[in-house]
Design a protein around this ligand. Structure first.
Ligand SMILES: [Cu+2]
Length: 210
């Protein structure tokens, strides 16, 4: 998938070079939603590395209805999982573990880290449903909840090595992968499965945040 995205990366890189001083990463960080009408390179600053999942230029939508590209997460450590709001078992446990991981982080890392949930359920998990989920789980402003098009979700899942499938009853069977990204959007650690591994994840995130 990274290979397939390479031409896009090159395009962004050449645009960024041409844009010169106008393409400052700090401008996007100040107010990501105020930048929607600017060109992609101006919004995200310099090009992402070949290993960065932020090369994925697909547009998601957050739970307040704003368009969101993953590159907006740049500059902060990220803990990300894919989920769906009506999941009765695995996803709630993942969110609980993300909260536990957050509590385990050194204060300086915890304050900078963004926690991201991206839904598999492109039909039911609208911004309103995600906003409701945020309220139910008491997820504060350090959490970003996203839904997207079928293509965007599939491409992200492929980049993360996450498998999922919708069953006849509308529920999803899915792998449980907690992914940690460094501030450049490169995968530094993944916890596979639902048990343990939080100490390792906290250490990996602290190391990546330096
Ligand atoms: Cu689930």
């Amino acid at each position: 998938m990274i290979t397939r995205l390479a031409p896009l990366f090159l395009l962004t890189a050449s645009f960024a070079l041409g844009a010169g001083a106008a393409a400052q990463p700090t401008a996007a960080a100040a107010c990501p939603h105020c930048q929607e009408t600017t060109a992609p390179a101006a919004k995200t600053g310099a090009a992402f590395s070949k290993e960065s999942i932020y090369q994925l230029d697909a547009r998601f939508t957050d739970d307040s209805g704003h368009a969101f590209t993953l590159g907006e997460l740049r500059g902060r450590p990220v803990v990300l999982t894919m989920f769906f709001a009506s999941c009765g078992y695995a996803c709630p446990l993942q969110v609980t573990d993300m909260q536990a991981l957050r509590a385990q982080l050194p204060a300086g890392v915890r304050e900078r880290t963004t926690f991201v949930l991206v839904s598999f359920d492109v039909v039911h998990d609208t911004s309103a449903v995600l906003a409701q989920y945020r309220a139910q789980r008491s997820l504060d402003g350090q959490w970003t909840l996203l839904h997207g098009t079928d293509d965007a979700v599939r491409e992200l899942a492929a980049l993360l090595g996450v498998k999922y499938k919708q069953e006849a009853d509308g529920m999803f069977s899915h792998s449980n992968v907690l992914t940690l990204l460094n501030p450049q959007g490169e995968i530094v650690h993944q916890r596979i499965g639902l048990k343990g591994g939080l100490d390792e994840a906290a250490a990996a995130l602290a190391a990546a945040a330096r």
